[in-house]
Design a protein around this ligand. Structure first.
Ligand SMILES: Cc1cc2nc3c(=O)[nH]c(=O)nc-3n(C[C@H](O)[C@H](O)[C@H](O)COP(=O)(O)OP(=O)(O)OC[C@H]3O[C@@H](n4cnc5c(N)ncnc54)[C@H](O)[C@@H]3O)c2cc1C
Ligand SMILES: NC(=O)C1=CN([C@@H]2O[C@H](COP(=O)(O)OP(=O)(O)OC[C@H]3O[C@@H](n4cnc5c(N)ncnc54)[C@H](OP(=O)(O)O)[C@@H]3O)[C@@H](O)[C@H]2O)C=CC1
Length: 484
């Protein structure tokens, strides 16, 4: 590191963002270049670290994630310096960054890992909440504790988790599709899991083989101003109470095929023609014409990449979803600027069985691979797209069922050119296989099916499965032995 002046410093590698993508990238660079100082700039006092990483199969991963003070990271990597100050400006041509505290950083290679923020149905409305980081989860918990009815809008990961976890409060779940959970599962799987919403919840959660999440906010340095934190992740709701003000367990009502048309504040509603004396809470109107009073609305409607500080005066290619477009080396359209995790959008020609989803596993993989690409560039080495981008795989838990998604699990991009095989035992398991030309393209596995490794292999090796027909899902055949 060469110091130019007190507020101007130069580093070969700078990483922006202390979430999974940024921390993984910085750790990888720090281990590969022990004699260089690496700097990690981040907006929040806490960083996310991966621990107990385990490769479960060729592409499935298991790890724990901890939210920790940055000093923990610096102790482990003496050549890694974490600076809590948000990037405010990037001059890509000059290879400089400006941070909130007035420092200027010159870099040789930069990796942008600033994550994303909730894409709310209505911005700056006090009745509409998004959930992203520890602070927003705590705000949600606080408001829920006195709530009798909330509305959840959206049909993806957060909505699926909330409607199942919230107790002591009526939940109106507004989805714009014909079935629940469209961002992760298909209509058949939705039908399989939905009875769990009506059933009594098991007292003790079943053990789940997947990533776990812990946070240690008590040990965080108190810096006064806290920027946007890193995204929450698996099991975030297990450490906080998601209980409303009523004596009910589950009470979820799903409104299908509708969107939010208008949200009235209490005041506006009282002046509207819809007002009757009994209805005084903030209100919303759905596109199906129904109105609901509620304590507040959770907008679980996806995310927008945090790109703002990097755009002005630069020439970044942005994807349709506003992510920084990256090539197969995680490089953006600006020289020497890489990006990884939720902030970026994969711009390379993907493998036939992979697609980007803004998930923890992909943030880790992209952060790691971006670091490898930055290093290869400095060392003048060639590098090929990592194997982890060969096959999409995700393990999670919805409605207390283990859920494994592989490849083109929802026949994404296959049009009509595919067939489906399904096996379902009510309350126990749901197995769906997507085939094209007799070869497996993807699968959804719900419950303890133990099929993930075999199906992963069948997708990767593209074996012709047409001779097996329906037998492929015959529960009396030990498929693992069959294809060994
Ligand atoms: C409620 C919830 C539940 C989830 N559950 C799961 C799950 O079960 N499984 C799963 O795989 N994924 C899950 N996800 C998604 C997963 O958490 C994210 O995909 C992943 O954490 C993204 O990591 P990231 O490092 O790209 O971004 P983030 O974690 O958002 O980190 C971004 C970092 O950048 C910093 N930053 C922002 N702006 C600046 C700036 N200008 N300058 C410097 N630093 C900046 C922030 O402080 C933060 O440290 C969940 C997300 C949410 C919100
Ligand atoms: N267990 C897991 O793996 C979890 C993962 N996550 C991740 O965290 C991030 C945030 O989660 P989440 O917010 O649930 O995002 P998701 O992307 O998972 O889901 C967003 C949902 O909202 C719908 N939607 C978008 N705009 C509107 C609108 N205006 N009105 C009604 N519905 C709308 C989307 O439909 P459409 O797709 O048709 O646009 C989609 O169903 C995601 O990256 C998600 O993958 C979160 C929780 C759990």
């Amino acid at each position: 590191m060469a110091t130019a002046s007190q507020s101007e410093v130069q580093f070969r590698f700078v990483v922006a963002g202390g979430g999974i993508a940024g921390v993984t990238c910085a750790q990888q660079l720090a281990s590969q270049f022990p004699s260089l100082d690496i700097v990690l700039l981040t907006a929040a006092p806490m960083v996310k670290t991966v621990s107990n990483f385990r490769q479960v199969s060729k592409t499935l991963e298991d790890f724990e994630v901890e939210e920790q003070p940055s000093s923990v990271l610096e102790e482990k990597y003496p050549n890694l310096k974490v600076i809590q100050s948000a990037v405010t400006v990037l001059h890509a041509k000059q290879h400089t960054l400006l941070t909130e505290n007035g420092q200027v950083f010159h870099y040789e290679k930069l990796c942008v890992c600033t994550g994303a923020r909730p894409k709310l149905i209505i911005q700056d409305n006090p009745h509409v909440l998004g959930i992203r980081d520890t602070d927003s989860a705590q705000e949600f918990q606080k408001r829920l504790s006195s709530a009798k009815r909330i509305v959840v809008v959206g049909n993806g990961g957060i909505a699926l988790e909330l409607v199942y976890e919230v107790e002591g409060c009526e939940v109106i779940w507004a989805v714009k599709d014909k079935a629940i959970g469209n961002a992760f599962i298909d209509a058949g799987a939705a039908q399989f899991i939905i009875p769990s919403l009506e059933a009594e919840k098991p007292k003790k959660a079943l053990p789940c083989k997947r990533t776990r999440y812990t946070t240690d906010k008590d040990t965080a340095p108190n810096t006064g101003s806290e920027g946007p934190g890193s995204a929450l992740g698996p099991d975030w709701h297990e450490s906080i109470s998601l209980r409303g003000a009523e004596q009910v367990s589950h009470r979820v009502h799903v409104e299908y095929e509708c969107e939010i048309e208008k949200v009235y504040s209490q005041q506006e509603f009282m002046q509207s023609p819809l007002y009757t004396v009994e209805k005084v809470a903030p209100h919303l109107i759905l596109s199906n014409g129904k109105t609901y009073g509620c304590d507040f609305i959770v907008s679980a409607t996806g995310v927008v990449p945090n790109t703002e500080p990097f755009l002005h005066g630069n020439n970044f290619d942005l994807a349709e979803d506003h992510g920084l477009k990256v090539d197969e080396h995680m490089q953006t359209s600006e020289p020497d600027v890489y990006a990884a995790g939720d902030v970026c959008t994969a711009g390379w020609e993907p493998s036939a069985f992979w697609q980007q989803m803004r998930l923890w596993t992909q943030a880790r993989q992209m952060g790691w691979y971006a670091a490898r690409s930055m290093a290869a560039d400095i060392l003048g080495e060639a590098i090929e797209l990592d194997f982890c981008f060969e096959l999409f795989s995700h393990i999670t838990k919805f409605f207390n069922y283990k859920v494994v998604l592989l490849g083109k699990f929802n026949a994404q991009g296959l049009g009509q050119d595919h067939e489906l095989l399904v096996r379902c035992t009510k309350g126990l398991e749901y197995v769906k296989v997507v085939l094209r030309g007799g070869r497996m393209m993807g699968a959804i596995l719900i419950g303890e099916t133990d099929l993930e490794e075999t199906f992963e292999n069948l997708i990767l090796n593209q074996m012709d499965l047409s001779p097996y027909g329906q037998e492929l899902l015959n529960p009396n055949i030990d498929i693992e032995d069959y294809f060994d």
